[in-house]
Write a protein that binds this ligand. Structure first.
Ligand code: SAM
Ligand code: SF4
Length: 329
């Protein structure tokens, strides 16, 4: 397994398949003025497979498809099929807003996808539409049910909590774990880029301690769950009588850089060294000028070697060149 300059073992690659999205969450993607990657520059399914083979060769084991919205890729099932059969890929997951899962979940599971994280910020139709814009609770809920029916287990829900929008809704979402064996995870808003989405994320931060207190006041005490995976960015709990897991991902108030095991690949073929910094190494150009899997492996090892640590979220800053929809979370 490759180690970075700080001794961290890096074995997890998050692969962005597109920077397009069918939603426009207020902390992630501006409503207008987005400069999308030209479609000819998107890595093809074959190129993504080459990168994954190279990653496995140097010790990567976990892979996650993300975006933008990964389900918008017309060749998504083909991509999953290709990656699932690469020997050494131990975990293949996807982060999605779930809206297209009713038509895709069964085929994705059959192709080898193991599990999904589904993004839902509220169970209240009005508040969800205000924050995620363009989406509805019904559509996302149908996606969650489709994922469960297809055996994409465990179901994990991602909720980004934003002041004045959904801070009260953490209770209803956490209560889902009373009757379902789902993981419901609350995420603090991170400001990425220099535009309106970053301003929104900065101004609307709700510290997870506050969400936790709100849940405990309404539903009872949360019992900590012993950490199974030290690289899990969530601190996990269970309601005494609950079936599922409640997680808190707190990049702003409780940073977890010390246990980061992740590298990212952008949709146009750049290794992005840390979500919250701008450093990147190009790999698409190498793939398109006849580079081999060994060449890609060398670039990836260089990327791991240069992976930075630490961020500036405490002072409300992070990347300057990228917004969240361009990196994948
Ligand atoms: N479209 C998919 C989705 O929404 O899940 C995948 C891409 S999205 C960038 C990945 C995850 O990033 C989302 O599930 C959401 O929870 C999280 N996210 C997006 N913008 C964020 C922000 N500014 N701060 C914290 N988390 C964010
Ligand atoms: Fe789209 Fe996901 Fe960003 Fe929302 S968080 S705008 S669903 S990419």
């Amino acid at each position: 397994m490759p180690r970075d300059g700080f001794g961290r073992e890096i074995d997890y690659l998050r692969i962005s398949l597109t920077d397009h999205c069918n939603l426009r969450c207020a902390y992630c993607m501006p409503l207008t003025g987005n400069a999308f990657v030209p479609s000819d520059d998107l890595l093809t399914a074959e190129e993504i497979e080459t990168v994954v083979r190279a990653a496995v060769a140097v010790g990567f084991r976990k892979f996650r498809l993300t975006g933008g919205e990964p389900t918008l890729r017309a060749d998504l099932v083909d991509i999953v099929e290709r990656l699932a059969r690469v020997p050494g890929v131990r975990d293949l997951a996807m982060t999605t807003n779930g809206i297209l899962l009713p038509r895709l979940a069964q085929r994705l599971a059959a192709a080898g996808l193991r599990r999904v994280n589904i993004h839902v910020d509220s169970l209240d139709p009005v508040r969800l539409a205000r924050l995620m814009r363009w989406g509805t609770v019904e559509e996302i809920w149908a996606g969650i049910e489709a994922a469960e029916a297809a055996g994409l287990w465990p179901i994990k829900l991602n909720t980004v909590v934003a002041r004045g929008h959904n801070e009260e809704d953490v209770v209803a979402l956490a209560a889902l774990t009373l009757t379902r064996d789902w993981h419901v995870r609350f995420i603090e808003t991170m400001p990425l880029g220099v535009g309106d989405t970053a301003g929104f994320a900065r101004a609307r931060l709700v510290p997870n301690e506050e969400s936790r207190a709100r849940i405990e006041a309404a539903l009872g005490g949360l019992d900590p769950i012993a950490c199974e995976d030290p690289a899990d960015e969530a601190r996990n709990y269970r309601l005494g009588h609950g079936r599922g897991v409640i997680g808190f991902i707190s990049p702003v108030t409780a940073p977890y850089c010390g246990t980061c095991n992740r590298m990212r690949l952008t949709a146009d073929g750049r290794f992005h060294l840390c979500l919250l910094n701008d450093d990147e190494l190009d790999v698409g150009g190498t793939l398109r000028s006849g580079g081999t899997s060994e060449d890609v492996a060398r670039i990836l090892l260089r990327a791991v070697g240069h992976k930075p640590t630490g961020h500036r979220l405490a002072v409300g800053r992070s990347t300057e060149k990228h917004e969240m929809y361009q990196l994948g979370g």
